[in-house]
Design a protein around this ligand. Structure first.
Ligand code: CIZ
Ligand code: SF4
Length: 356
């Protein structure tokens, strides 16, 4: 079945057929929906959550087909953690993550050659390709998520005196600063320059070496947005994702992952007004859900800019994958080479040990 014939369907037509296909596939299938997915897709998910929670659920489910409504690295993690009979599917292969793409194996290996590697633990944020997780696996390193970054970093520093943190500079900076490492002991690694654009003295002084990557969605949030909100609502609370710039996190009352943001807003008393710095689909959903408890949830930026790659997963692509499965055909399977998967699993398992 060609995707073209699905692209002209409207969302309502897709909805009915998605429900029917799901029912027909029954327990053979599990649909995972990341918090950043649009509602028309999110509502079909059997499980919702952050990337790690979803991958673990997929592996435990035993379902034959795992459709990951999220982005590429997430489907890879599901593939790595699931058993060899399970098949991970990403409805649109163009759903990547621009931040994950800012680091690649060639550049990381180059950095590793230029740095005093024997003193460094490499850490990759889960938002990265499988071969970078594998790099960490074979070099005594580890994976982290935005939920467990601090625990993982504590472990990393207990292994060696420095860390190389990629691809997100903000998560690395915000977390290590919170752990007491001053900005002067952080170096930014510009992967397009020889020696990362750093002098040997800068690297010697650095405890945290931050890859010069970022999330273009979270980088839009500005301290001025918080200043304006505080001027308008002096009693309001601000919560930001650690992928936001340093100044934004410094000005926020709370900083945490998607799971943390949801938990914190849910636990706040009725009447609380929140300014939230993370992807708009999650913020809108929180705004809707907390209305009944008389809570107010505002999006941090004045202009709404979605994660364009998350947005690629639409009902049309979801339906296309489902009806192909009904037809006995697997489309958009995400595969990871066995050697890469084994080494990546090593880095993921270290993370599970540190942060069960
Ligand atoms: O790990 C995830 O799912 C991401 C990308 C963000 C978060 O904070 O949950
Ligand atoms: Fe990647 Fe940012 Fe989109 Fe998350 S919101 S998937 S980090 S580009």
């Amino acid at each position: 079945m060609d995707i073209q014939q699905f692209l002209s369907l409207d969302d309502t037509q897709c909805e009915e057929r998605i429900v029917a296909a799901k029912a027909a596939l029954g327990k053979r299938l599990i649909i995972l929906g990341h918090h950043y997915q649009r509602d028309e897709v999110f509502k079909h998910a059997d499980y919702t959550g952050d990337s790690l929670k979803l991958s673990r659920q997929a592996a435990q489910s035993g379902a034959e087909y795992i459709i990951f409504c999220g982005v590429h690295f997430m489907a890879e993690v599901a593939e790595i953690l699931s058993n060899s009979e399970q098949i991970a599917i990403l409805p649109d292969l163009a759903a990547g993550c621009s931040m994950a793409d800012m680091a690649n194996l060639e550049k990381v290996e180059q950095a590793w050659r230029e740095l005093p590697a024997e003193h460094i633990t490499p850490i990759t944020y889960i938002n990265s390709a499988a071969d970078l997780k594998a790099f960490c696996g074979r070099n005594g390193g580890i994976v982290c998520t935005s939920t467990n970054a601090q625990q993982v970093l504590e472990w990393a520093f207990s292994q060696r005196e420095k860390v190389l943190f990629f691809p997100d500079q903000h998560l690395g900076r915000n977390t290590t600063y919170r752990m007491g490492i001053p900005l002067e002991q952080m170096a930014l690694w510009d992967f397009d320059k020889p020696n990362g654009g750093s002098t040997p003295e800068q690297i010697k002084a650095a405890k945290t070496i931050l890859w010069d990557g970022f999330c273009s969605v979270h980088q839009q949030f500005m301290p001025e947005h918080i200043d304006q909100f505080r001027a308008d609502y002096p009693d309001g609370k601000v919560i930001s994702h650690p992928e936001c710039p340093f100044e934004v996190c410094q000005k926020s009352d709370e900083v945490g992952s998607t799971e943390y943001i949801i938990k914190t807003i849910n636990a706040s008393p009725p009447g609380t007004r929140w300014l939230v710095g993370t992807e708009v689909n999650l913020v809108n959903r929180l705004a809707q859900e907390s209305k009944s408890e008389n809570k107010f949830v505002d999006y941090m930026a004045p202009i709404v800019c979605k994660c364009s790659t998350m947005y690629r997963i639409d009902p049309q692509h979801l339906l296309w994958t489902l009806e192909n499965l009904l037809d006995g055909k697997v489309v958009n399977q995400i595969k990871v080479a066995p050697q890469v998967a084994a080494e990546a699993r090593l880095a993921l398992e270290r993370m599970f040990e540190v942060s069960p």
